[in-house]
Ligand binder design. Structure first.
Ligand code: DX5
Ligand code: ZN
Length: 227
């Protein structure tokens, strides 16, 4: 079944516990950490993640858009994250970092910006629990979905099948009721949605609707047969 991870980037940062409650039933809560260096935006850090982890039962899916994740990512595991995603463009030693995240007890995930190809990382995929393909340039919510990323999603799903991996394939950026089916058909199974969830009148209902659309779209897809 498709997983929907609402992004709190589009939530009210002064009411994070309530905003988590508003998406009860979600698989994960997606938390965007930005440092104003890797991306031109600044959000939150370890203390806020610690508080949020105490305030909600929904596991936290951390997306680190920061320089030097080798140094900082382990602290987010200790802060209570269930999954930590670092950007390969920023990591000095991605294999060592993925192993460290796993050893500390979280799922390890690696993100690719739109201009970063998947092919150089084929041999590295067994070290990961999830791969994140950005479908916008990271930094801001509410941007338009980049259709040109669909072939990369498809090729990544083919690599997952080729190596018979238990790897989740996440997409993030511009995911909405009008784009989620294309992502699911191409091979994504974890969907981040910020504005499409928190911009809706009923965020929990928006999550259910997105999950239904993704499930229907992937049901007949070649990659999901036998799932
Ligand atoms: C953007 C962030 C996303 C953002 C997505 O850099 O990584 O998680 O919240 O927002 P939407 O779904 O509005 O594109
Ligand atoms: Zn994100």
């Amino acid at each position: 079944m498709a997983q929907i991870n609402p992004s709190i980037l589009s939530a009210d940062f002064a009411r994070l516990a309530d905003e988590a409650e508003a998406v009860r039933g979600s698989d994960w809560l997606h938390v965007d950490v930005m440092d104003n260096h890797f991306v031109p935006n600044l959000t939150l850090g370890v203390p806020v993640v610690e508080s949020l982890a105490r305030a909600t039962d929904i596991p936290l899916d951390l997306h680190l858009m920061i320089e030097d994740p080798d140094r900082w990512a382990p602290q987010y595991v200790e802060a209570g994250a269930g999954s930590v995603t670092f950007h390969v463009e920023a990591a000095a030693a991605p294999v060592r970092l993925a192993r460290e995240i796993r050893a500390k007890g979280a799922r390890a995930s690696m993100a690719l910006k739109p201009g970063t190809p998947i092919e150089p990382y084929e041999d590295l995929l067994p070290e990961l629990d999830m791969l994140l393909i950005m479908t916008v340039e990271p930094g801001f919510g509410g941007q338009a979905f980049l259709d040109i990323m669909l072939p990369k999603i498809r090729r990544t799903r083919e690599l997952i099948a080729k190596h018979d991996l238990e790897l989740w394939l996440q997409v993030d950026g511009g995911v909405s009721a009008s784009t989620i089916e294309r992502c699911a058909e191409a091979g994504a199974d974890v969907f981040v949605a910020g504005s499409a969830v928190y911009g809706a009148e009923d965020p929990a209902e928006a999550v259910r609707k997105l999950r239904d659309l993704a499930d229907q779209a992937s049901a007949d897809a070649w990659w999901a047969c036998g799932h």
